[in-house]
Structures are given as C-alpha cells and as structure tokens.
Design a protein around this ligand. Structure first.
Ligand SMILES: Nc1ncnc2c1ncn2[C@@H]1O[C@H](COP(=O)(O)OP(=O)(O)OP(=O)(O)O)[C@@H](O)[C@H]1O
Ligand SMILES: [Mg+2]
Length: 209
C-alpha cells in the first residue's frame, strides 16, 4: 500500500487555514483519497487538553508553551499522524512545525537550535510533503475580523505582531521552496481553494494516483 501524504496549512491568524483544510479534505475525498483533518496544538485527547490548558492560563514563560506544544506534538505524531500515513490515509494538519518556528521562534525569540532539536525528536523524518502557507496582509485580516464582528483579535495595537508573523511565514516559504507553496489568502474562498488544489495536484497528485 502506498503511504499517505502529509499536508499542512500555515499562516497567521484568520488567514483561512481551517476553511481551506476542510475544503481540501472534501476535494481529496471526492477524488477517492481517504483523508484525515487534524490540528495543532491538539489532534489527540491529550493534545486538546494541553491546548485548552494553554488557552485558559497563558503561561508567562514562552518556554513553557514550547515544551507543552512539543509534548502535544509527540503524542500527535505517534498516536494519530504516523499511523494514518502508514495506513495510506492522507493527513492534513491545520498548523504544524512552521507555527512553532514563527510564534515561539520569531515572535517569542526562543533559540532556533532548541526548536530544531524538539522538531527532530517529535517529527523526525516525517516532515510534511507539502506546506500551504496562506498569506494575508494584516489590514485585510483586520477587515475580515471586523466584518465578522470580532475586531478585538485584530486590534490596531497588534498589527505589528501580525506583520512579524507574516514575515516569519514568508521567510519559511522562501527558504524551503521544495516543501512550501505560498498561497495568496487575500482572494475569495473559492479562488484560494482553487490555488490550493492546483498546488496539491502539481506537487502530490501527479505521481500518487
Ligand atoms: N478567502 C476568504 N475571504 C474572506 N473571508 C474568509 C476567507 N477565508 C476565510 N474567511 C473567513 O475568515 C474567518 C477566518 O477563517 P478561518 O477560520 O478559516 O481562518 P484560520 O486561519 O483558521 O483562523 P485562526 O488562526 O483563527 O484559526 C472565517 O470567518 C472565514 O469564514
Ligand atoms: Mg483556524
């Protein structure tokens, strides 16, 4: 049996990751490919507990967050992602290693060596086959949030933070072009889904079926 493919969606807050992860899974299923959608932090009962724990009581030390996320990821890989891939199921994760690199590494300035070491022991060789990085200018995110009536998440004070995150994801897309495809998230949902499908077809589907 052919091993499943591992796809991740990355990008800042509100860029459309969850929307596009669902859309892609539906499209793969329609193409006859068994697909599992999962997310980080989370993806297992323990991981979801860790996620809830962090959201409830935001740790003061960024290292606490990094280590808790790493624990959740170890479990996620062993209990969910690796078995699914072994089974021939395609796995789509809503956020993964690049969010750690950008949030903990770039925003909270934890040493890249530590992040890389944890990545090595949790993920090992099973890095994603394809990472779709959704790019959206912070002001477009602000508009999106405003139209949804949840402006607080995107308040003006945090624009700088969103720009830092955006640059972090852009740097990854540039430095790892074999794994990553940058997708313009500032288009209607349908158009983004078409760009995502094009990337998947070109990078993974041509030699999978
Ligand atoms: N291309 C788009 N154009 C306009 N609105 C969109 C688009 N994609 C998603 N949205 C809307 O923007 C909001 C955020 O989308 P979504 O939840 O998919 O983003 P996300 O990246 O998963 O966000 P988060 O980081 O909060 O998990 C949702 O209300 C969604 O319906
Ligand atoms: Mg989401």
């Amino acid at each position: 049996m052919q091993r499943g493919r591992f796809i991740t969606f990355e990008g800042g807050e509100g860029t459309g990751k969850s929307t596009q992860a669902r859309r892609l899974a539906e499209r793969l299923e329609r193409a006859g490919i068994a697909t599992l959608v999962t997310r980080e932090p989370g993806g297992t009962a323990l991981g979801e507990d860790i996620r809830a724990l962090i959201l409830k009581d935001r740790p003061q030390d960024p290292l606490t967050e990094l280590l808790l996320f790493a624990a959740a990821r170890a479990e996620h890989m062993t209990a969910v992602i690796r078995p699914a891939l072994d089974d021939g199921t395609w796995v789509i994760s809503d956020r993964f290693i690049d969010s750690t690199r950008v949030y903990q590494g770039k925003l909270y300035a934890i040493e890249p060596e530590l992040i890389a070491l944890l990545e090595k022991y949790t993920v090992g060789h099973e890095i994603p086959d394809l990472t779709l990085i959704l790019d959206l200018p912070p002001d477009a995110g602000l508009e999106r949030a405003a139209s949804r009536g949840t402006l607080s998440r995107y308040d003006a004070e945090r624009i700088e933070t969103h720009e830092t995150l955006r640059q972090g994801f852009l740097e990854i897309a540039t430095s790892e072009p074999d794994r990553c495809v940058l997708i313009d998230g500032n288009l209607p949902i349908e158009s983004v889904a078409t760009a995502v499908w094009h990337a998947v077809t070109e990078r993974l589907l041509a030699n999978a079926v």
